[in-house]
Each structure stands twice: as structure tokens, then as C-alpha cells.
Design a protein around this ligand. Structure first.
Ligand code: SF4
Length: 111
């Protein structure tokens, strides 16, 4: 990944304690549900190219784990999808951070 893109990269993690396996996030091509009914990030190692959920992944997003664009979608679009995928989780179990590790989503509590 070029330096400039790396500076803008985001990372996703799933808080397994908060995840209920409700699966709303599966409309985005970053996740699958594991055998403990928790969302896990798809990576280049566990992508199943026959899985219809991975249509976008097959379109070019290969290194989903570190949000590297392999030539399909613009990085900005992947970043926005990552944030949108976190916002769809009703339990705020998906955490998105910027390249410096600062939390983008969910917002900090006001308390
Ligand atoms: S939407 Fe949230 S709670 Fe549901 S499976 Fe995805 S991460 Fe887990």
C-alpha cells in the first residue's frame, strides 16, 4: 500500500463480548459468523470466493483485514463501507479506527 493510502487506512475490529450474532453486518463484505455465532472479519485467508456475501470482495477487495485496496474499489469507498458497516450494528460491537488508532466509530460516551 502506498504511504499516502496507508495514512488514510482504517481498521475494523469486532468486540466479541458485545456481538450477539444478529448478523446485520453481513450485508457488508467484511464479515462472516463463526461457529460461536460471533462476527469475525473476513481475511484473505478465510475468504470463500463462492460465498455470495463476498460479491464486493470478489470485485477487488482482497486484503479486507487491513483495508488494503487490491485494485477494485477506491480506498475512500472501502473506508466509508467500513464505517457504515459499524454503524449498522445495533450493539456497537464493531469498532473502526483511523491509521493512528483513534476511534472513528462508535462515538465515545458523553458521560
Ligand atoms: S451486527 Fe453487530 S452484533 Fe450483529 S453479528 Fe454483526 S457485529 Fe455482531
Amino acid at each position: 500500500m502506498p504511504d499516502e493510502e496507508a495514512k488514510r487506512a482504517v481498521t475494523i475490529e469486532v468486540n466479541r463480548d458485545l456481538c450477539t450474532g444478529a448478523a446485520a453486518c453481513l450485508v457488508y463484505p467484511f464479515y462472516e459468523i463463526d461457529d460461536e455465532s460471533k462476527a469475525v472479519l473476513l481475511t484473505k485467508n478465510n475468504l470463500n470466493s463462492d460465498d455470495p456475501r463476498n460479491t464486493l470482495a470478489k470485485g477487488g477487495v482482497v486484503l479486507i483485514e487491513d483495508m488494503q485496496n487490491a485494485g477494485g474499489l477506491p480506498l475512500e469507498e472501502i473506508q466509508q463501507m467500513a464505517i457504515d458497516s459499524a454503524k449498522i450494528c445495533p450493539f456497537n460491537a464493531i469498532i473502526v479506527r483511523d491509521a493512528e488508532g483513534k476511534k472513528i466509530w462508535p462515538p465515545e460516551d458523553d458521560f
